[in-house]
Ligand binder design. Structure first.
Ligand SMILES: [Zn+2]
Length: 249
């Protein structure tokens, strides 16, 4: 199987779709700068460089900004190939800068976090003005603490990272994440007008309202289960720290 399948999603927006280890990468060609969303699995980097040059006609050195959607290895392990600034939300950037391989889950792929860095720490509401496209940072903690979605408020498409997936799938909650934060983030997304979501994994989403509602419902059920789990372990009421052990989502 090839590492990536290149798809043109719309004028100036490309997806490098992948299966298995790694995530989809997205390249946005801007009038002012070219932006890459996530760098994926470092083992697939050569395939990415080849496709960028042979199919799109630019060198990877012409990518001006990299944005990581969160602090998991499968979204950022290609970062060290880039000389351009690398950006992540501050809650993700702290784990990346301090090379927190527990949260980054680097051991899953024997990924060496030694040289990991971020150049620009992002906050909710910041906008990259590419001239022809606008990329607004929406902080959506839950799956991890530093998750972001990246939203074009004029064209109504959004890069969902690992926050929203097709088929009402509820994102896993990992070490720096929180199910309650995840639910709150989905409520936040419901305030936006979104026509299409380009997720970090799996198929594209062309019915965002329904999918966000389905994920929200699933996440609330999981939270109920989790609370019952905690209460059953300590029927006396006041939970002790030891019962906060997470069920395996
Ligand atoms: Zn993730």
């Amino acid at each position: 199987m090839e590492d990536y399948t290149l798809k043109k999603l719309r004028e100036n927006v490309y997806q490098f779709e992948t299966f298995g280890r790694g995530c989809h990468l997205y390249l946005i060609l801007g009038d002012r700068m070219n932006v890459l969303i996530d760098t994926g699995n470092y083992e697939k980097f050569n395939s990415f460089v080849y496709l960028v040059f042979s199919e799109i006609g630019i060198k990877f050195e012409e990518i001006n900004i990299v944005i990581n959607t969160h602090e998991h290895w499968d979204h950022l392990s290609g970062n060290h190939f880039f000389k351009c600034p690398v950006c992540a939300h501050s809650a993700a950037a702290s784990k990346i800068e301090l090379q927190d391989e527990y949260v980054i889950r680097a051991k899953e792929c024997d990924f060496d976090v030694t040289d990991l860095k971020t150049d620009i720490w992002l906050e909710d509401g910041m906008i990259f003005d590419l001239g022809n496209e606008h990329l607004k940072i929406i902080h959506t903690p839950g799956h991890t603490s530093g998750c972001i979605c990246i939203y074009d408020p004029y064209k109504y498409y959004m890069f969902g990272g690992d926050t929203v997936f097709a088929n009402g799938y509820v994102s896993n909650i990992y070490e720096s994440g929180s199910l309650a934060d995840y639910i709150n983030s989905l409520y936040k997304l419901k305030t936006l007008r979104i026509k299409t979501i380009y997720p970090g994994h799996g198929p594209l989403i062309d019915n965002p309202d329904e999918e966000i509602d389905a994920s929200l419902l699933g996440a609330k059920l999981k939270l109920d289960e989790y609370i019952k789990h905690v209460q059953m372990k300590n029927p006396e009421g006041r939970p002790t720290p030891s019962v906060y052990e997470r069920p395996d989502y």
